[in-house]
Design a binder for this molecule. Structure first.
Ligand SMILES: [Mn+2]
Length: 264
């Protein structure tokens, strides 16, 4: 690896592992690990949340020499076996953040990663309010809890020279543009973006919106939707140095986008 000043993180979301893409996932991870200091995954690691599908990702990561940090996505909950999925991933050394945070030691740079799945709730003009039936208010409260966890995590890593927020659901509508407006309330919530406004991490990553937009921002903070089908490549690569973020991703590979059209 050539010497460089900043640190490099590789990021991807909505990998949707299963036996069908085992070989492709393994080769993509082995390849990217040679040019990155860490891999960050924005959830929907599996197709339906089966532990056997998580094994595919675990096998791709087990022998890597760089840290892999992830959050879960809604797909990883579908079989209601999330605890087993997390156990499989953890056994391979993957750090699963759920309303949590971790500090990675990347050479001489401490990288604080604050991560949680996030949840639904919508954006201005399409927001779910805290009103009415208990079950609907419970949905609202779940998003509140996710946002508060981001707040706590960002406070915890405030002293890290590099701070990154990792989500599955979108914290801004800018990176879901391209999706049908009718489903925006299910793609994320701007309430997840409020801790970002206040704490100004260097980089925010999310997935989930497969037909969304790659690049957006919250205030001055860059936000990237790293869903595979948005990127049309296996990973985005970001270089972080002196508070600045540079997208140094390789060009997309022709033909990969179509192959990855899947439901959210
Ligand atoms: Mn999803």
């Amino acid at each position: 690896m050539t010497k460089r000043a900043g640190i490099r993180v590789a990021a991807a979301g909505d990998i949707h592992c299963s036996e069908e893409n085992r070989a492709a996932v393994a080769s993509a991870f082995a390849e990217v690990a040679g040019g990155a200091d860490a891999i960050l995954l924005a959830g929907d690691l599996t197709t339906y949340g089966e532990p056997e599908q998580a094994e595919v990702l675990a096998d791709a990561c087990r022998d890597l020499q760089i840290p892999v940090v992830t959050v879960l996505g809604n797909h990883d909950w579908h079989a209601n076996r999330a605890e087993e999925v997390v156990a499989v991933l953890s056994s391979a050394g993957i750090v699963v953040l759920d309303r949590g945070w971790t500090v990675l030691d990347c050479g001489e740079t401490a990288v604080g990663v604050v991560g949680t799945k996030g949840f639904v709730g919508g954006f201005p003009d399409s927001t779910l309010t805290d009103f009415g039936e208990p079950i609907l208010r419970a949905v609202y409260a779940e998003t509140t809890d996710e946002a508060e966890a981001l707040e706590r995590g960002l406070e915890a890593v405030a002293d890290c020279p590099v701070r990154i927020v990792l989500l599955h659901y979108a914290p801004t509508s800018l990176t879901i543009e391209g999706e049908s407006p009718g489903i925006w309330p299910f793609l994320g919530s701007d309430r997840l973006g409020r801790p970002v406004v206040e704490h100004r991490p260097h980089l925010v990553l999310h997935g989930h919106a497969h037909a969304g937009t790659y690049e957006g921002f919250i205030g001055a903070v860059p936000v990237y939707n790293v869903s595979l089908s948005v990127m049309g490549r296996d990973f985005a690569i970001f270089e972080l140095e002196d508070g600045a973020v540079r997208d140094v991703s390789p060009r997309s590979r022709a033909g990969e986008t179509q192959r990855r059209k899947e439901v959210q």
